[in-house]
Write a protein that binds this ligand. Structure first.
Ligand code: SF4
Ligand code: SF4
Ligand code: SF4
Ligand code: FES
Length: 945
């Protein structure tokens, strides 16, 4: 195994149809027009010394180390800053250049600590390399002059240190923060010898820094260094894999020493992230070896019994015999399974296969039920495919970007950085959100239109935008005529033209000034390529599916689907939520979204799996809890999903969980759901297995095993053991064999294989004979369903209304440093940024209730009550409060209700009528739950011994 070192071309690639041929040190090279001489040199196999350049950043030209000679030109231009010209003859090595470079290096080294042997960057330091490359042998100025060697270290960030004594003020960090991350947290203070890098005269932890690590990666010296490198030393091999947090799906190099991860470095060739990352993927991997991880299987008869550790054989035999007993006593449909959107495609596929083939029913569902199921329904109905339309790179060609019900800078940070680059380059921006999210105003980014809509009024807003488009003659008629179902369009156009959908008519309902809405609609329709990006603020509503269809209507009407820079693009939450849906996790669909009632589809699976399959859809997650409470559903296998914390109306969920006789939880930690489990099967982390994840742009990326499973088995192997014990044989030797089966059985995946993934890096489905290398942009030239279908999207206000008792609306979301139920991020140093969920409340609402910043407040709805601390925030609009749901102690879902999307049962997390008041003690539920948790997480001391 080797340490993968990517080539640094010094300056970014340029794209042009015009090619330029030149000669560098006698070697001919041809590159696109606009390429720097430095980059052309590297392509020609000639490395020019450099310090201030790196190919993720625009050239800066400060270090003067990359000087070259060009035939016919005077002087020694900086190759990083000199564009190629046809016929140019460049010399990179000469006595004159060597002397000049040595002079530059002497100056750097005279003000640099000479502690290379004990420096953490020893062996991975560009300054050290350059000293060698220019043949530095002496420093004529000595080391006694004025210097920076006594500058103090800033160790405030939990993941990296800043040691200014080693800084060469190349400003790569400043530029990385600006150009790559878009945060602008760093500056160069002072001039000349006094120049210093500063995060704004405060410590890093007190600055605007979001700990993405781009500056650390860009730094050519040990000035900015990962603490893990300081503690453990340099890595000795690396493996390419995919981040296990969000739906951006960043590619990383896991850099290792033996079986220990030393650091995660975003991979430059990763097509979703292009070498960038956020604080979670780059730094928050410590949970994988956290002491809370459970590594041995455990069983117990009752949930209040202490857990008893058992062998894997005993645990699996127990699961199989319990599930068989339940099916015998209560019928074949009395058990089911929940697949995990944190696990790989292959693992998800096996769980649904286990349920359909071994359990003999279709009682399988996934957490997409509670997040993006309306995306699947809405986009399939209108366009023909249950997935986002465009790849991330397509944003580079968007002229108008509309972000609605999503907070990308927190929830999809790497894509947000990409989007911000495009916005800084001139794209226009519309933001729709009840809360003033960061994107509304950032350094060098400001929304052209901010729509401060009230929770629950998305459909009224999108209809009003469509109303403006239709009534002001902004429809792309040619596009509609050629590509859409005209009868459906006429019906829709008549419906949407009605005055009740006008911005003026809905102004009061939505809270968005009519003129703002009209302006946004006109910009979307006429501003060039327009792309919609949306998140759970769209889907988690009683009209989630209607809203998705409303966005598809608007995009079709304006010709904004089927080409780069456009589309209806869901920003999917979990790393593999797209994949878990693709793999047939829903109770009504096989892989590739084919209905279980379709005889011809079922026949394919019956033949391949050599078993009869049910043609009736099974239970969805909420129906499983209902049936459990009613006494007809008795056993559940849950792989990597914490339904007790993440699903709405916790009291109902826990009633369902408590009513079952055999709950099997497979997870890394004793999560909240495990409190109700009878069997705990320890799961494996993404570092411990092979497989694939599918990101929000339908991109399959490889997950590669970098260390053996600490628990003994990868999750797919555990599912296989259960299936075999149940009597349905599964014999896969490697996840690639599972993918081969998926490809055989799924028309949109027929061209997918591990060999191709290894060769191309990643693949976007559909990948088949029509698109052997995948499909970055869907619906090009025509919609997958044939003609685009406009759907009637009547706005129906949710039944969840404010009243005297509950006069405020609660909406929920995520924060950058934590991830969903927090099971992983709470077990990392990310806790320093967000130790608890807080309630954001507008100053007026706080004042009306006598609430001060930091007060403990009770948050109550008709479903329940919890307590948390208040944060007074102008981001909120009066009447709306907001919190995150990362901490089980907060139990925010005790508050959320049973209301759900009419089509898919996706819960209405984003709208709950609540009241807030000061309090001094935890809610009754919190007290009850803490006591229960105390009783249900006890591991028998005897077994542990
Ligand atoms: S901290 Fe590193 S990247 Fe930033 S100026 Fe100093 S040496 Fe260059
Ligand atoms: S870690 Fe990221 S946000 Fe923080 S200073 Fe570095 S580049 Fe900027
Ligand atoms: S943006 Fe998402 S996928 Fe990328 S590093 Fe962050 S959490 Fe991981
Ligand atoms: S690398 Fe060209 S001037 Fe520094």
């Amino acid at each position: 195994m080797v340490l993968i070192k990517e080539t640094d071309y010094g300056t970014p690639a340029r794209h042009s149809d015009h090619l330029v041929t030149l000669e560098i040190d006698g070697k001919e090279v041809t590159v696109p027009e606009g390429t720097s001489v430095m980059r052309a040199s590297v392509q020609a196999g000639v490395n020019v010394p450099k310090l201030c350049s790196t190919d993720s950043l625009e050239p800066f030209g400060s270090c003067r180390l990359c000087l070259v000679e060009v035939e016919g030109r005077r002087g020694t231009p900086a190759s990083c800053h000199t564009p190629v010209e046809p016929g140019m003859k460049v010399t990179t090595q000469s006595d004159k250049l060597a002397k000049l470079r040595r002079g530059v290096m002497e100056l750097y080294i005279s003000d640099h600590p000479l502690d290379c042997l004990t420096c953490p960057a020893n062996g991975d330091c560009e300054l050290q390399d350059m000293a060698g490359a220019v043949g530095l042998r002496e420093v004529r100025y000595g080391y006694d002059g004025e210097n920076h060697l006594h500058e103090e270290k800033d160790e405030s960030n939990p993941y990296f240190t800043f040691d200014p004594s080693k800084c060469i003020v190349c400003s790569r960090c400043v530029r990385a923060c600006e150009e790559v991350q878009g945060t602008f947290a760093l500056t160069v203070k002072g001039r000349g010898f006094e120049s210093k890098i500063s995060p704004g005269d405060v410590l890093f932890m007190e600055s605007e820094c979001v700990s993405c690590g781009a500056c650390v990666q860009a730094c050519p010296t040990a000035t900015l260094t990962e603490k893990s490198i300081i503690e453990m030393g340099q890595p000795e091999h690396s493996v390419i894999t995919t981040c296990a947090y969000c739906g951006v799906g960043c590619t990383f190099k896991a850099e290792m020493q033996g079986n220990e991860v030393v650091r995660m470095v975003p991979f430059k060739d990763g097509k979703a992230n292009h070498g960038h990352s956020c604080v979670k993927g780059r730094f928050a991997w410590g949970y994988t070896s956290h002491k809370d991880r459970i590594l041995n299987p455990m069983v117990r008869a009752k949930i209040t019994d202490p857990w008893q550790e058992v062998t894997w054989e005993q645990a699996i035999a127990h699961v199989a015999s319990e599930f068989k007993r339940l099916q015998k006593e209560y019928g074949p449909d009395s058990i089911g399974g929940i697949t995990s959107s944190r696990c790989t495609n292959e693992e998800t596929f096996l769980v649904q296969k286990l349920v359909r083939a071994a359990f003999g029913n279709n009682n399988v569902d996934t957490c997409a039920r509670v997040c993006h199921s309306p995306t699947g329904y809405g986009l399939k109905t209108t366009l023909g495919t249950s997935a986002g339309t465009n790849d991330f790179d397509s944003v580079d060609q968007a002229d108008v970007i509309m972000v609605i019900g999503a907070n990308p800078t927190d929830a999809h940070p790497v894509f947000a950085s990409h989007m911000k680059r495009r916005l800084r380059a001139g794209a226009r921006l519309i933001v729709g959100d009840p809360r003033k999210i960061d994107l509304v105003k950032l350094p060098h980014v400001q929304a052209d239109y901010y729509l401060p809509l009230l929770p629950g009024t998305n459909v009224a807003v999108i209809n009003a935008m469509a109303h403006v488009v239709v009534t002001e003659g902004l429809v792309d008629e040619e596009y509609v005529r050629e590509r859409c179902d005209l009868a459906a369009f006429s019906r829709w156009a008549e419906f949407i033209s009605d005055e009740r959908h006008s911005p003026e008519a809905v102004e009061e309902i939505t809270g968005v000034p009519a003129e703002t809405l009209r302006g946004a609609a006109r910009l979307y329709a006429t501003g060039g390529n327009a792309a919609i990006y949306y998140g759970l603020g769209v889907t988690e509503h009683s009209q989630g599916s209607t809203m998705v269809m409303g966005m598809a209507n608007l995009a079709m009407a304006t010709g904004n689907i089927g080409k780069e820079g456009t589309g209806v693009n869901p920003l999917r939450g979990q790393n593999n939520v797209q994949g878990s849906c693709d793999m047939g996790s829903f109770p009504h669909e096989f892989s590739g979204y084919r209905h279980v009632s379709d005889d011809s589809v079922r026949a394919i699976f019956e033949e391949a799996w050599a078993v009869g399959l049910q043609g009736e859809p099974g239970l969805r997650i909420p129906n499983m809890f209902d049936a459990a409470v009613e006494g007809t559903f008795k056993g559940l296998y849950i792989q990597g999903e914490d339904v007790v914390q993440s699903d709405p109306n916790t009291k109902h969920v826990t009633a369902g969980m408590a009513a079952m006789e055999c709950v099997v939880v497979q997870d890394l930690f004793l999560n909240e759901t495990a409190s109700y489990a009878h069997v705990f099967l320890p799961g494996s982390t993404f570092l411990e297995k092979d497989g694939t994840f599918t990101n929000a742009e339908r991109r399959l990326g490889r997950v590669r095993k970098v260390l053996p499973p600490k628990n003994g088995y990868a999750d797919w192997e555990i599912t296989m053991l259960i299936s075999n014990a149940m009597g349905y044989e599964m014999n896969y030797g490697h996840p690639s064999e599972i993918m081969d089966e998926i490809a055989r059985l799924t028309p949109t995946f027929t061209g997918v294989s591990y060999e191709k993934l290894d060769r191309l890096g990643s693949l976007q489905w559909p990948c088949n004979d029509n698109a052997p290398e995948g499909t970055p942009v869907m619906h090009k030239g025509g919609f997958v369903r044939g003609k685009g279908l406009f759907m009637i999207t009547e706005f129906v206000a949710t039944d969840e209304r404010t009243n005297d008792r509950f006069p405020l609306l609660l909406t929920t979301g995520r924060i950058l440093t934590q991830y969903n139920v927090g099971a992983q991020t709470r077990r990392t140093a990310n806790e320093v940024w967000h130790e608890e969920d807080v309630l954001e409340i507008h100053p007026w609402d706080a004042e009306n209730r006598g609430i001060s910043d930091g007060d403990l407040v009770a948050l109550s709805s008709r479903a329940g009550e919890t307590t948390l601390h208040a944060r007074i925030s102008e981001r909120m609009q009066p009447g709306v409060v907001y919190t995150t749901f990362h901490h089980p102690g907060t139990a925010v879902n005790v508050i959320t209700t049973e209301f759900a999307d009419w089509a898919t049962d996706c819960p209405e997390y984003k709208v709950t009528a609540v009241q807030v008041r000061r309090t001094s003690k935890p809610s009754e539920w919190q007290q009850h739950y803490n006591e229960l948790r105390e009783k249900t997480t006890h591991i028998s001391a005897e077994a542990k011994a």
